[in-house]
Design a protein around this ligand. Structure first.
Ligand SMILES: *Cc1c(COP(=O)(O)O)cnc(C)c1O
Length: 409
């Protein structure tokens, strides 16, 4: 039996559909964000990253790097065990306190990633509630879908951000049945925002719990960077807030925050929390430094929004098909996987601009796009260069911007 044949066939299918993923080998340059070295097939080349989820450049902030290296010197590299067996290090305990305070919840629990926190968190919470019905937004992230699936509970999917559809489902469900509404506050591929207040109204009216993924909002929105729910003044109305330490906080790890009883139950029952090694002390200290900084510093948040507005304005003026977005995310529609990849390749090889193509299944077929994430450190010259390069690539690939944008309406 040629087992490798199964794998090469599977890869051929991806290649035929133009969705075989090629990673860019990068060396980010601390202190020079968003500049990086790209290890290209022809050797080292300096490029500008325009698609990083280190939204605020906190991964290179001196306070964050300082906390990480100082802690590594004092406590060493790894945690040395699972949370239960020798791995609960003091910086991790401090980090959990910091997160509880950030979200004004009784308790918080840290996982090795945001992905794991959704997957094992949602599965465990829903499984501990008898006869739980899960109501999930149709555009929820794969980690949420996996969490819902692993819970084994019944689920119903409501149309994206459609509170009327959600309400129909709540009405149809028996009044005394347990329900949990699961959604994201900011959807990262379109940059749109959930009607959080309306969802909370419905949850309260129909007696449902709420679970919100704030991964693309923590650090970036709200007076202390607690996210979109803080900004909308509804943080206390959401039962479980989930976030990441890997995007705006610039490190790695994920978490949930909620009531003492819920957090203690997840701590005690979630396999993805129990049977894995704890986050290393230097990572925890670095994440805490990033959170503390962004709790009091608004400079990054304000500059981030201003830069996003500037990029949208310039690209729109250049007749590029900027998709409408209410947030810091700037998607440019291409609508075809092959040309999306070609545009990305051209930008990198010829203009030194790195924007990874976003194809199916991350976004629906026919909505392939370049997803641009301006940061506080993308200055006017870089924005101008981006606009010029995109216009050049669009002309050469014969992408007709306005017509295509209208067609996808
Ligand atoms: C990235 C992402 C996650 C996973 O977070 P990681 O910390 O990167 O594992 C969860 N939810 C959403 C919506 C995401 O985009």
């Amino acid at each position: 039996m040629n087992y490798d044949l199964f794998f090469t066939n599977a890869l051929s299918r991806l290649k035929d559909e133009q969705r075989y993923r090629v990673f860019a080998d990068l060396e980010r340059l601390a202190g020079r964000f968003p500049h990086a070295i790209w290890h290209s097939p022809d050797g080292r080349r300096e490029v500008v990253i325009w698609c990083s989820n280190d939204y605020l450049g906190m991964g290179q902030h001196p306070k964050v790097i300082g906390a990480m290296s100082e802690t590594a010197e004092r406590l060493g590299a790894g945690a040395g065990g699972t949370r239960n067996i020798a791995g609960t290090n003091h910086p991790l305990v401090e980090l959990e306190h910091e997160l509880g305070d950030l979200h004004r919840k009784q308790s918080a629990l840290v996982f090795t990633s945001g992905y794991v926190s959704n997957q094992t968190g949602i599965a465990t919470i829903a499984r501990l509630i008898p006869e739980c019905l899960i109501l999930s937004d149709e555009l929820n992230h794969n980690s949420i879908i996996e969490g819902v699936r692993h819970s084994g509970c019944e689920k119903q999917v409501w149309r994206h951000n459609d509170v009327n559809h959600l309400e129909q489902m709540l009405q149809r469900a028996p009044q005394d049945r347990s329900k949990i509404i699961v959604f994201e506050t900011v959807y990262s591929m379109d940059g749109d925002v959930a009607p959080i207040g309306r969802i909370c109204d419905l949850a309260e009216h129909y007696g449902a719990m709420t679970y919100a993924d704030e991964v693309h909002a923590v650090g970036m929105y709200g007076a202390r960077g607690a996210g979109m729910a803080e900004r909308h003044g509804v943080m206390d109305r959401i039962d479980v807030l989930e976030g990441t330490l890997a995007k705006a906080f610039g490190c790695i790890g994920g978490y949930i925050a909620g009531s003492t009883a819920l957090i203690d139950a997840v701590r005690s029952y979630a396999p993805g929390f129990i049977f894995t090694t704890a986050l290393p002390p230097p990572i925890c200290a670095a994440a805490t430094a990033a959170i503390r900084h962004l709790k009091v510093s608004n400079w990054e948040r304000e500059r981030h929004q201003e830069r996003a507005r500037r990029v949208k304005a310039l690209l729109t003026a250049a007749a590029l098909p900027v998709m409408p977005s209410d947030t810091h995310i700037v998607p440019i529609l291409i609508g075809d996987p092959e040309r999306c990849k070609a545009a990305s390749d051209m930008l990198l090889a010829e203009h030194g601009i790195y924007i990874q193509p976003i194809n199916y299944p991350t976004v629906p077929r026919g909505t392939e796009r370049l997803r641009i994430t301006p940061s506080p450190y993308h200055n006017d010259a870089l924005v101008q260069a981006l606009a010029g390069a995109l216009v050049n690539v669009w002309a050469r690939l014969d992408l007709a911007p306005r017509r295509r944008a209208a067609a996808a309406g």
